[in-house]
Write a protein that binds this ligand. Structure first.
Ligand SMILES: Cc1ncc(COP(=O)(O)O)c(C=O)c1O
Length: 425
């Protein structure tokens, strides 16, 4: 089917929830994708952080073929060979003790919220008073289901669906005073993305994370980190919190875990896990043999790629900082490992640059209006970074003038800098 007929049919048949780029992808290999016209694209987004091993990775392909021929689904009423092995590996690398498998990021976060409420009911350290409030961060993103939405600190996502789950308060991200002010013994959990992804690649400050850890520990609340986008090798360590030396009570992961097959996980401590008993939580599909077998392969490959991610991440970050020194339109460069961002001074410019790069065959993403987000596969090489940086270098001045005309010229201000997470390590 052609792009025209697919898009005509989708326009008639699907809920109008997506504004897709007019490209029909048919094939991928390594860091490249091909569209239906045979045009090749360099993938600096990896399906929003999912295809971390690139496309068509031989070990992933072999695992899918092998397992699809043996057993795809059994439900969680029975055992299969891979959940325990995957849980063992995830607990080893995270420093946590137990896992629960689900199908997506939002579902993992949803389960984490349930854990927080159940744990507080079982271990209420607030005497006879309620302990069920959740502190979430402004500018955060945790997913589209009701609990995740209720803790997502961006009104545009919540507004159409109110009323949401009660008991959530938002704290200004990285504002120690605001956290201290809003935290009290009625709080059962503090939820933080270690690096806010959709909110524009904004790392949590070390002092803020330490305060959240201290407050939650002192009052018997949980520190819950959402590493659905920044976890599992994206920053050059297994988990982004490992740059800070803080161990959360709960961490959620998803995106790259099964290389494009739907799989998410909640990881937690023995103590928190003890508040669950059979029947309290569950899923039909989550943690099936196919997805888990692939995830075991992913973790094998991820382990070998961590150093490469750190090296390439530093190279990439330095190249973006060099662009920052050269281009007035760049407001900030942020990120860690292969989770990087360039914040521009106007929405029009960000849109124009992303569009031009796509025309040139480079896939990036624009998030939070003015932020160009880069989440390339872990297997990219320097030459791919060079190609992207060269394209940005040319696209920025070319598009800046026309964007300026639309927005009226804004002087480059000196915003607060949020440097790479590895600076805290
Ligand atoms: C940090 C974070 N949490 C949760 C989610 C939701 O994940 P999913 O789209 O798999 O439900 C996302 C997705 O972008 C995310 O980046």
């Amino acid at each position: 089917m052609s792009l025209a007929s697919v898009s005509r049919m989708e326009a008639k048949l699907l809920l109008p929830t997506y504004e897709r780029q007019p490209i029909l992808f048919v094939r991928g290999r390594g860091v490249h994708l091909w569209d239906s016209q045979g045009k090749r694209y360099l993938d600096f987004l990896s399906g929003i952080g999912v295809n971390a091993l690139g496309h068509g990775h031989p070990a992933v392909e072999a695992a899918i073929k092998r397992q699809a021929g043996r057993l795809i689904h059994v439900s969680n009423l029975f055992f299969h060979e891979y959940q325990a092995e995957l849980a063992q590996r995830l607990t080893e690398i995270s420093g946590l003790a137990r896992a629960f498998f689900c199908n997506s990021g939002t579902e993992a976060w949803e389960g984490a919220l349930k854990l927080a409420r159940a744990f507080a009911q079982m271990n209420n350290r607030n005497g006879s008073k309620a302990k069920w409030r959740i502190l979430a961060m402004e500018n955060s993103f945790h997913g589209r289901t009701f609990g995740a939405l209720a803790t997502t600190g961006q009104p545009k996502y919540r507004a159409p669906f109110v009323p949401l789950m009660p008991g959530v308060s938002f704290v200004k991200f990285n504002d120690l005073d605001d956290l201290q002010r809003k935290f009290d013994p009625s709080v059962c959990a503090v939820g933080i993305e270690t690096i806010q992804g959709e909110g524009g690649i904004r790392p949590v400050n070390a002092e803020f994370l330490e305060l959240a850890s201290r407050l939650t520990q002192q009052s018997g609340a949980l520190l819950m980190l959402d590493e659905i986008q920044c976890g599992l090798g994206r920053t050059g360590r297994h988990f982004a919190y490992q740059h800070y030396g803080v161990l959360p009570d709960v961490v959620t992961v998803a995106k790259p875990l099964a290389c494009g097959l739907p799989l998410g996980a909640i990881l937690t401590t023995e103590r928190v896990a003890s508040c669950m008993h059979p029947g309290m939580h569950g899923t039909t599909f989550g943690g099936g043999p196919l997805a888990c077998a692939v995830a075991i392969e992913f973790l094998r490959a991820e382990n070998k790629l961590l150093k490469h991610v750190r090296t390439l991440g530093e190279y990439f970050h330095a190249a973006l900082e060099a662009l920052d020194r050269k281009h007035k339109s760049i407001q900030d460069v942020r990120g860690a490992g292969l989770m990087q961002a360039v914040e521009l001074d106007s929405l029009e410019l960000a849109k124009a640059v992303a569009k031009q790069l796509l025309e040139e065959g480079i896939i990036i993403n624009r998030t939070h209006e003015t932020v160009l987000r880069f989440l390339p596969p872990y297997v990219i090489q320097k030459e791919h970074v060079d190609r992207l940086v060269k394209a940005l270098d040319a696209a920025l001045p070319k598009n800046a003038e026309s964007a300026d005309e639309k927005t009226q010229t804004r002087e480059k201000t000196a915003p607060p800098r949020h440097k790479a997470v590895h600076a805290h390590a």
